[in-house]
Design a protein around this ligand. Structure first.
Ligand code: HEC
Length: 152
């Protein structure tokens, strides 16, 4: 019984220790052009979105421990690819606005697992309303319709 117990506890522990050896990239590239938004909107974005959608990620201590580090690095790299508030102007405002409206309507962002560790990132009804209004403003900008117009 005893040696078996040692395995039951020891094997996962060994795997967890070995997991720490896998290198994880936790980098913040330079900010190219910070997002332009009204101050109250910007505050919400910084609080709830910037960790994954900007080059100003705060890599907290937990992000150096596998497997959390893997999840964090993955989310940041995918998040920056989808929408990077440090590379403002790279995508048409209309497109950004539509993407934002989509995730806000579904309550997809910020991801729930992130909110568990960052309760301050939870969006209040007022936060959601402010972001939605901003998304509508962006979506209505002429840049967003360019593609459709050209296609006609
Ligand atoms: C924990 C990291 C994380 C946080 C925090 C986060 N996101 Fe995301 N976001 C992602 C990842 C990863 C993706 C790409 C995969 C996906 O769509 O689920 C994404 C995708 C998106 C997309 C593109 C979705 C699409 O279908 O086009 C938008 C827009 C977005 N996020 C907005 C936000 C906003 C706004 C906030 C803050 C209120 C936020 N995100 C907070 C990780 C995050």
């Amino acid at each position: 019984m005893k040696p078996r117990l040692r395995w039951i506890v020891g094997a996962p522990l060994a795997v967890l220790l070995l997991a720490q050896l896998v290198p994880v990239r936790r980098e913040n590239p330079p900010v190219v052009h910070d997002a332009e938004a009204p101050p109250e909107v910007k505050a919400i974005l910084r609080r709830a979105c910037y960790d994954c959608h900007s080059n100003e990620t705060v890599w907290g201590p937990h992000t150096s421990v596998a497997p959390i580090s893997w999840l964090a690095a993955h989310d940041v790299s995918e998040g920056r690819e989808e929408l990077n508030f440090s590379r403002w102007g790279q995508e048409r405002p209309g497109r950004v606005g539509r993407k934002l409206r989509h995730v806000l309507a579904d309550g997809e962002m910020p991801p729930w697992i992130y909110v568990v560790g960052h309760p301050s990132a939870r969006l209040s009804a007022a936060d959601q309303a402010a972001l939605s209004a901003w998304a509508d403003t962006l979506a209505a900008q002429r840049g967003g319709e360019e593609r459709g117009r050209r296609g006609r």
